[in-house]
Design a protein around this ligand. Structure first.
Ligand code: SAM
Length: 230
């Protein structure tokens, strides 16, 4: 039995406190420990893969993109730089504030990039592409499936997701244990079966177009690009 509201409250508190400091450092370029450096490299590979897919389509300036759970803007900022219109949101106010500051430093014109503090299941509107990277790891599969359904309803053409695949369960639990030593720093991490995620995407009218897997020593992320099949 899961309680989405509790899970969201826990995740939100974490990313407004200890999690904010930790992930802001990982998603930055300052000094970090070896494990954090490995996760930084892995995460950047995930970001680069998605940007590579979008750039290869050669239509970024025509796209409206929703970046759900945008963190510090690691994806939104380069996509805005490449000319896409981005709506970026996150449940953590601290993450959004940091993302706004980074965007102001990195972009000559922030006009195509809008930020909001919002739970992704409260998002409305229609976007050509909806992207949700490394967010589903924070929720049990049942809740992740509800999120996929909602994100799918916002996507006119395409939904891009990343998640920790279930096959890496033991490895990832071990690594996350090393990464979050001590209960005060811990947030829960959930892996999802790829089969289950793909079935949910199919049920919501999407078929898989491109896939990728990022694996480093401490970071595992399966990336799926799903496009509308009807
Ligand atoms: N997607 C970003 C990236 O790849 O750089 C950030 C990934 S970070 C591991 C997870 C982010 O998801 C955090 O910023 C967290 O606040 C956000 N998040 C978690 N649950 C969320 C929800 N229900 N709605 C919106 N954002 C959420």
């Amino acid at each position: 039995m899961t309680n989405t509201l509790d899970d969201k409250a826990i995740v939100k508190d974490y990313f407004n406190a200890t999690g904010f400091d930790r992930w802001r450092r990982i998603y930055g370029d300052g000094e970090v420990n070896k494990v954090q450096k490995d996760i930084r490299i892995g995460h950047q590979q995930t970001i680069d893969t998605v940007i590579g897919w979008l750039e290869s389509d050669d239509n970024l300036p025509n796209l409206s993109i929703c970046d759900a759970g945008c963190g510090v803007g690691s994806l939104s900022i380069p996509l805005a730089k490449a000319g896409a219109t981005i709506f970026a949101s996150d449940i953590s106010e601290k993450m959004v504030t940091e993302a706004k500051e980074r965007a102001a430093k990195e972009l000559a014109d922030t006009g195509k990039l809008t930020f909001a503090v919002q739970d992704l299941e409260a998002l409305t509107g229609q976007y050509h592409t909806v992207i949700c990277l490394d967010v589903l790891i924070h929720y049990p599969t049942e809740e992740a499936l509800g999120m996929i359904k909602h994100l799918g309803s916002l996507a006119q053409s395409r939904l891009i997701l990343s998640f920790a695949p279930k096959t890496c369960l033991l490895t990832i639990l071990k690594k996350i244990g090393q990464f979050f030593p001590g209960p005060s720093k811990t947030t829960r991490a959930y892996q999802h079966k790829e089969k289950t995620i793909i079935a949910a995407l199919n049920e919501n009218g999407f078929k898989i177009e491109r896939t990728s897997m990022t694996s480093t020593r401490f970071y595992f992320s399966r990336i799926l690009e799903a496009v509308r099949s009807e």
